[in-house]
Design a protein around this ligand. Structure first.
Ligand SMILES: Cc1ncc(C[n+]2csc(CCOP(=O)(O)OP(=O)(O)O)c2C)c(N)n1
Ligand SMILES: [Mg+2]
Length: 589
């Protein structure tokens, strides 16, 4: 992986008395328009951009020539670029950008940008478009990209004047980073960039957007919530993605300890709280643990901290969360409060700010907290039941191995700070209940988007975003071939991602459906694959093939020590578990 030096932000000058309101006017500072785009990205700390070249973006990408503070990760398909940008942004917590050309180049981003939208990742798309002379008249490679991206971005705009490029980029970052983050598309017709210059110096982000945005909760709502939580008999803290975005894990855990609240992460956010904690039960949802569903069902008060109470967690069904359960919901977006369940108290605010307020308010009511011994032992028993269930999988036998058998081996060797990207598919999905997460920003998935094939590229992006942490991606055979051409990108950029392909020679998740509900009339689900380790070798990556469970640990350790990409194929049996049991059977399909 090419190392990027510390950000060297030039021209950090606020706008004082500027004629152009969004750049500092300066007689001396005139830049090529493409460079002005890059300086606006650099001001936000962007170190990597992702994409494939095209004639409409050459005025931007060629300005990266010779620079090492900002680089162009040239992928083999734009979809890979969008997925990598997503992984980068989620792993690092920082914004990033895709730079793609007109028409099909940018259209190829759609799937990945839709993931960034669902997964709340600040990815700025800079789409070089055809010149204004050719738009609105069916010109070559001319499409309504703004219209196409509107439903999957927070903001999609066409820039209409060269001088406004910096201002539009400020607008893009303001939108991408406000409240819940998300992608933004800026469509720039090439005639606004080619051979054009822009006067003025870039601004610091705090000149054009709020950079301190911890919004505290309403004090009265905090008091009511604290009173409700303090008198609860069986309280539970449902830890959402807002905890990760707001860096509120520590506060959430202290609050849970103070009140003996069971800890359950919302689906897809298992890394929001440390899984080794004695109050941690397990992840909920169809691919989660029955024990977590039971805890949710038993709770009399739920503190939904930084969560919408998403569909895969609760199925939006009173058979998961009781009708009688009192819910305190905290979300940064007022429109999410009470959207899926009636709430007892709704609090709009940043998860950390609100958790701190709740801690103070609860301590005022009960300085020693409110221990609930009976509930605590119920929670600990549920957690022990889950551990015993998972441990029993060690004794599974058979050739090829059962896919569950992979996970105790991974649990043993994956480092505590290892980032794991989980693709769609039934065998990778077993990871939700089976892997342990201790640190925020170590679990990445399809985030309610559901796109098969995101795993490999998102995994590559996570490693670029946090080069100091080990990175693993888990895919099925179906998912891996969606974007496996990006092994080429991983080799060229020397990205040491360990990618594990659980090969059951089928689209297992869909085969399961056809088996259960369509009389096993299999269509389109059985796959004939290449050897994935050999495929990796052809690309110049390291390939490994592991058939014995006992050999998995050593192989993964060796792969993690490699200074480049590794693909490990593990042949596994077809195994299609029913969704995890929920009280009353909610969520089964
Ligand atoms: C882009 C996309 N196309 C189709 C699907 C439907 N789908 C969900 S899982 C799956 C099969 C996954 O197969 P594989 O990756 O081999 O994992 P397995 O279930 O076999 O473990 C398919 C086709 C999807 N989720 N996303
Ligand atoms: Mg499969």
């Amino acid at each position: 992986m090419q190392q990027v030096g510390a950000p060297t932000i030039k021209h950090l000058v606020p706008a004082i008395g500027a004629e152009n309101l969004t750049t500092r006017s300066s007689e001396e500072t005139t830049m090529k328009a493409g460079q002005a785009v890059l300086e606006a990205l650099r001001a936000e700390g962007v170190e990597y951009t992702f994409g494939v070249v095209g004639s409409t973006t050459n005025s931007i990408v060629t300005e990266m020539y010779g620079r090492n503070d900002i680089r162009f990760v040239d992928t083999r398909h734009e979809e890979g670029a969008a997925f990598m940008a997503y992984g980068y942004a989620r792993a690092s917590g920082k914004p990033t950008a895709c730079i793609t050309t007109s028409g099909p180049g940018t259209i190829n981003l759609v799937t990945g940008i839709a993931l960034a939208y669902k997964g709340r990742a600040p990815v700025i798309v800079i789409a070089g478009d055809v010149a204004r002379d050719y738009i609105y008249r069916d010109g070559s490679q001319a499409f309504d990209l703004v219209g196409l991206f509107k439903p999957i971005t927070k903001l999609a705009l066409e820039v209409n004047k060269t001088e406004r490029v910096p201002e539009m980029l400020h607008y893009a970052f303001r939108a991408a980073l406000a409240d819940k983050c998300g992608p933004v598309l800026l469509d720039i017709p090439r005639d606004l960039l080619d051979d054009q210059t822009i006067a003025g110096e870039p601004l610091r982000p705090d000149a054009y957007r709020a950079v301190e945005t911890r919004i505290a909760g309403d004090p009265q709502a905090i008091q009511r919530a604290a009173a409700l939580l303090a008198q609860a008999q069986r309280p539970l803290l449902l830890a959402g993605g807002g905890i990760i975005d707001a860096e509120a894990s520590k506060e959430a855990v202290v609050l849970a300890e103070l009140l003996d609240m069971a800890l359950v992460p919302s689906y897809g956010h298992t890394d929001a709280v440390p899984n080794s904690h004695h109050l941690y039960v397990g992840p909920p949802g169809g691919r989660g643990s029955a024990e977590a569903a039971e805890a949710l069902h038993r709770a009399d008060v739920i503190l939904a901290l930084g969560t919408r109470l998403n569909q895969p967690t609760t199925f939006w069904d009173y058979r998961v969360i009781n009708r009688e359960t009192r819910i305190v919901q905290v979300d940064i977006d007022a429109q999410e409060i009470g959207r899926n369940y009636a709430v007892a108290v709704g609090i709009v605010g940043d998860a950390r700010a609100v958790a701190e307020q709740l801690l103070r308010a609860v301590r005022d009511i009960a300085p020693q907290g409110h221990p609930k011994a009976a509930w605590r032992s119920e929670v600990v028993a549920l957690s022990a039941r889950r551990q015993a269930r998972l441990q029993a999988e060690l004794s599974l036998t058979g050739t090829p191995m059962m896919p569950q058998r992979v996970y105790p081996e991974l649990r043993r060797v994956l480092p505590r700070d290892c980032m794991v990207t989980i693709d769609a598919g039934v065998a990778p999905g077993l990871a939700y209940d089976r892997l342990q997460f201790e640190i925020p920003r170590t679990l990445f998935n399809y985030a309610g988007h559901g796109g098969l094939g995101m795993g490999y590229c998102v995994g590559l992006g996570t490693k670029l975003g946090r080069p100091d942490r080990p990175a693993v991606s888990l895919q099925g055979d179906g998912g891996f071939l969606y974007t496996s051409q990006e092994i080429n990108t991983a080799v060229r950029w020397r990205i040491p991602l360990v990618s594990i392909v659980l090969n059951n020679s089928c689209h297992g998740a869909e085969k399961a459906q056809q088996q259960r509900h369509f009389g096993a009339r299999y269509i389109g689900v059985d796959l004939v694959n290449p050897r994935f380790d050999k495929l990796a070798e052809v690309y110049g990556a390291r390939g490994m093939y592991v058939q014995q469970p006992e050999a998995i640990g050593d192989a993964v350790k060796e792969a993690l020590a490699e200074n480049g990409p590794v693909v490990i194929e593990i042949p596994v049996a077809e195994y299609f578990p029913a969704p995890a049991a929920t009280p009353g059977g909610a969520g089964r399909h």
